[in-house]
Design a protein around this ligand. Structure first.
Ligand SMILES: [Fe+2]
Length: 158
């Protein structure tokens, strides 16, 4: 008996899971980066941005769980220790000495942009291998974080 309810071929599942693992790694990194921004932010926009960043973190944590569990559903194992993430994340590290509100907005906007690029690339892999469910999962997450990125860009006046 195979260890997945998926109808996809072993090769397709492997390729999709490799792409999802990369998304999970970036997402776990982004979660901690958002929390650092949530904690260290100071300035006139504090009252609006402190809770907004926590909304992003909550959404990212839920997405990480969804991606990890999709990998398991497809018959592979999730990765995600802090040490793994530190080695493999595609996001630049987050400066932990920044306090200025709009600087955090710009830093998070840049990193969410990188996360979105990775999710779009993974979605292409899902499409190539006819994995409509991973495709749809990623599409929902992309739309959600594009909206979050819009809040940040609008805060910067762009
Ligand atoms: Fe908090």
């Amino acid at each position: 008996m195979k260890n997945t309810p998926s109808h996809l071929s072993a090769d397709a599942r492997k390729k999709v899971c490799e792409a999802l693992r990369a998304v999970l790694t970036d997402g776990l990194d982004l979660y901690t980066q958002i929390k650092v921004a949530h904690w260290n932010i100071k300035g006139p926009q504090f009252a609006a941005l402190h809770p907004l960043f926590d909304t992003f973190a909550t959404d990212q944590a839920a997405n990480n769980d969804e991606v990890a569990e999709r990998i398991l559903t497809l018959g592979h194992l999730a990765v995600g220790t802090a040490k793994h993430v530190a080695k493999k994340s595609r996001l630049p590290d987050y400066p932990q000495d920044v306090t200025k509100d709009l600087e955090h907005v710009a830093l998070l906007a840049e990193r969410i942009g990188t996360l979105l690029d990775g999710m779009r690339a993974a979605r292409e892999v899902a499409k190539e291998h006819a994995d409509e469910d991973s495709f749809d999962l990623l599409t929902g997450m992309i739309a959600q974080f594009e909206k979050h990125a819009w809040f940040l860009h609008a805060t910067l006046g762009g």
